[in-house]
Design a binder for this molecule. Structure first.
Ligand code: PLP
Length: 365
């Protein structure tokens, strides 16, 4: 089967597609990840047939044998990206080629069959075209796209699955944080770590999230919104949040973010903000930053801002940091000007309001 044509996937319309009026009502206040579009992409892999049977059909449940490998050994990876409404009514994706590349490296790390990047791109574009009426037009809203893949071989033996199911679902979203608060509160986990050298920290896999939930629960119990992880070896260096990378802003106007080294998820937002900050003439260092230094710098005023970033949360200021040995507030505890400027620069490109100097937008015909 060739996937090269303009409409590469057979399409079956959902018999229970939501009517236009109801869809408009849902789009007015979608929240995050609770409203879903009508259709999904599915594609299968087997050693015998390679990637095959790609289609767009009604969104629905998967029948799973109780011995399906993913249910036992967790071979699962995913991506997170957004489709944005453009001022001319069109739509675009943001750096989908980077998601395609990362999906392939995540698959390789989990010993799964890599999906060719071109097939990933074609399938994402095809679903967004099918569901284009689900892209919200409101400021700050978008259509969140969730490609994922899991092991489907029926077997209890421990080995890489010989069969996989790739799927994409989509969900119109508003803001990630319900509170609408200007800044988040972080809990420094001394109990748990997220990723160790040689582990899966740089892969976007469900297992990393499963392992982070007890730490997140600890943060919630301590009255904090998010957990911040330290490195697993020295328990000293700030790595990232459960699902977001982190940046620090200093009083000389420079920025710093922990370097990628296998234990940090290589965020596309992180990478884009480094480029945009440098475009604005700011210095950005990719260097380790110690938690004690963070506290000292926040207290002395050398650190003026800190923020988290990711596709879902975009740019989110960090107000207060708490832990068993730590407690400090950054600046006034609210949004700072550098985070605001970078967020605006990113959103302006994503929403087609600013020139796309780096060729990051993928406009859909
Ligand atoms: C997805 C993710 C991020 C952010 O990556 P983006 O490409 O910017 O969305 C950061 N950390 C973790 C652990 C993630 O899973």
């Amino acid at each position: 089967m060739s996937y090269q044509s303009a409409q590469p996937f057979p399409f079956e319309k959902s018999p229970s597609a939501v009517a236009a009026a109801e869809r408009e009502a849902l789009l007015r206040n979608p929240g995050f990840g609770r409203v879903f579009t009508d259709h999904m992409v599915t594609m299968r892999y087997s050693q015998e047939h390679g990637w095959h049977d790609g289609k767009i059909g009604p969104r629905g449940a998967f029948p799973l044998d109780p011995a399906t490998l993913v249910l036992h050994y967790g071979q699962e990876i995913f991506e997170g990206m957004k489709a944005y409404r453009l001022p001319d009514g069109g739509a675009s994706l943001f750096r989908p080629d980077a998601n395609a590349r990362r999906f392939r490296s995540s698959a390789e790390r989990l010993a799964m069959a890599p999906l060719p990047e071109e097939l990933f791109l074609q399938s994402v574009r095809a679903l967004v075209r099918t569901e284009r009426d689900w892209i919200p037009a409101a400021e700050g809203a978008s259509l969140y796209i969730r490609p994922f893949m899991f092991a489907t071989e029926v077997l209890l033996g421990v080995k890489p699955s010989a069969e996989y199911l790739y799927c994409i679902i989509a969900s119109p979203v508003g803001s990630y944080f319900k509170s609408g608060a200007p800044a988040v509160t972080l809990w420094v986990s001394e109990t748990y770590t997220r990723a160790a050298p040689g582990g899966t920290g740089a892969a976007k896999c469900g297992g990393n999230y499963a392992a982070s939930l007890a730490a997140q629960a600890e943060a919630t119990a301590e009255g904090c919104e998010q957990v911040v992880f330290l490195d697993a070896v020295e328990r000293r260096w700030v790595e990232e949040l459960g699902g977001m990378n982190v940046f620090f802003v200093f009083d000389d106007g420079s920025l710093q973010t922990p370097p990628l080294g296998g234990t940090i998820l290589p965020g596309i937002t992180r990478d884009s903000l480094i480029v945009l900050a440098r475009d604005l003439g700011l210095t950005v260092r990719e260097e380790p930053y110690a938690i004690d230094q963070w506290q000292a710098d926040a207290r002395s005023g050398r650190l003026t801002e800190a923020f988290a970033c990711g596709t879902a949360a975009v740019v989110t200021p960090i107000g207060t940091v708490k832990g068993r040995r730590h407690g400090f507030t950054i600046g006034e505890g609210g949004a700072g000007p550098v985070a605001a400027r970078l967020k605006a620069a990113l959103l302006d490109i994503q929403n087609g309001r600013a020139p796309d100097r780096h060729g990051w937008l993928d406009r859909l015909a």
